[in-house]
Design a binder for this molecule. Structure first.
Ligand code: FAD
Length: 316
């Protein structure tokens, strides 16, 4: 079922989760162990992130280096199918521009349809680890809006080979990313919002946001979206703080601010167990407030700490 159908049929705020494919070599059981305690909350859908290949340099015995391609977390599409099969829940694979030619993208979308997947979250992806700026694959897409147009085309039965006749129209429900604190490459918030509107105008069905720790920023973002005519559902993305290291890692990686109240409380903690308690309390307050304001879905990034998310959702 489509994310937008879940939202349309809901009587209350829904719950959804986001997981990463297991690290190569770990097996899918590690992911099931992560998800098992979360399934009692009946998530409407589960997102599975996409991780592109990286180039790394391996030292040879003679001291020279060899450039090798590694993929740490393969299998997004098949993991979505496996989760659907095991838990009977809808899944949302993330699909990125990086590393994909338009032909690779079309093949991936065809496979997703064969697997019975109704949703995709279309993203550009970040720069590859060895590059400073995002470079599209030769013959690939530069922006999420370009990838989105390809998905919308397939929904209209338009494939890359235009001589195909009587084509099957896919029916993907398409999500896109939004940034309450601005995407770090955008020159300003207004420009970022206009590009977000372009994604919606090109066919995005809903927006899911980058994590934030200050709900006021999310509400201001929603107001700004509505003011420029974006009417699709906007789903807040939420993550708990559970270690002191995150005070620097989260702003550096995700280009977000941590409110002074939260950062100061975390700084006063003596152990990471204390930080986890503070983080859980903060996430619960954020979630309660968002629910009270009637957000369609609370979307939790569950990486590493499913029990914290479980404790929060239980309290809701
Ligand atoms: P875009 O919408 O293409 O925007 C990228 C930048 O370009 C922005 O600054 C935007 O303002 C600007 N821009 C857009 N269109 C134009 C245009 N036409 N001309 C000029 N500038 C333009 N990454 C992964 O690799 N795998 C994942 O699974 C993944 N999941 C994510 C899930 C969520 C909910 C979020 C919020 C992010 C996720 N990311 C993931 C990270 C994402 O790929 C990065 O944030 C990436 O840098 C931007 O992706 P985007 O889809 O927002 O890009």
């Amino acid at each position: 079922m489509k994310v937008t159908d879940h939202i349309a049929q809901a009587k209350d705020t829904l719950i959804s989760f986001e997981v990463l494919p297991p690290l190569k070599g770990k097996g899918i059981e590690a992911l099931y162990k992560h998800l098992d305690p979360l399934m009692e909350f009946k998530p409407s859908f589960i997102n599975v992130t996409y991780h592109r290949s990286e180039h790394v340099f391996k030292k040879r015995a003679d001291g020279t280096f060899e450039k090798v391609v590694i993929r740490k977390r393969p299998g997004t599409e098949s993991i979505c199918a496996a989760i659907m099969n095991k838990y009977n829940v809808d899944t949302v694979p993330h699909l990125i521009c990086g590393g994909f030619s338009i032909n690779d993208t079309e093949d991936a979308l065809i496979n997703l349809r064969y697997l019975g997947i109704d949703n995709v979250l279309v993203l550009r992806g970040d720069a590859a680890k060895n590059e400073t700026t995002f470079e599209p694959e030769p013959g690939g897409h530069k922006y999420a809006s370009d990838l989105l147009k390809q998905v919308a085309n397939l929904n209209a039965g338009i494939y890359l080979e235009d001589e195909l006749k009587g084509t099957h129209k896919t029916e993907f429900c398409i999500g896109v990313a939004g940034y309450p604190e601005k995407h770090f490459e955008a020159p300003n918030m207004d420009a970022d919002l206009q590009y977000l509107k372009a994604k919606v105008d090109a066919g995005a069905d809903y927006i899911i946001t980058q994590m934030f720790f200050d709900n006021a920023k999310f509400y201001a973002f929603v107001d700004a979206c509505r003011a420029i005519g974006i009417t699709v559902p906007i789903i807040p993305g939420l993550k708990p703080i559970y270690s002191k290291k995150q005070l620097t890692i989260l702003p550096k990686t995700f280009h977000i601010d941590l409110p002074a109240d939260l950062a100061n409380e975390v700084l006063r903690c003596k152990t990471d167990e204390e930080v986890e308690r503070i983080g859980q309390k903060w996430l619960l307050e954020q979630s309660k407030d968002l629910k009270k304001r009637g957000v369609p879905v609370l979307h939790y990034y569950t990486l590493g700490k499913p029990h914290v998310i479980a404790n929060v959702v239980k309290e809701l």
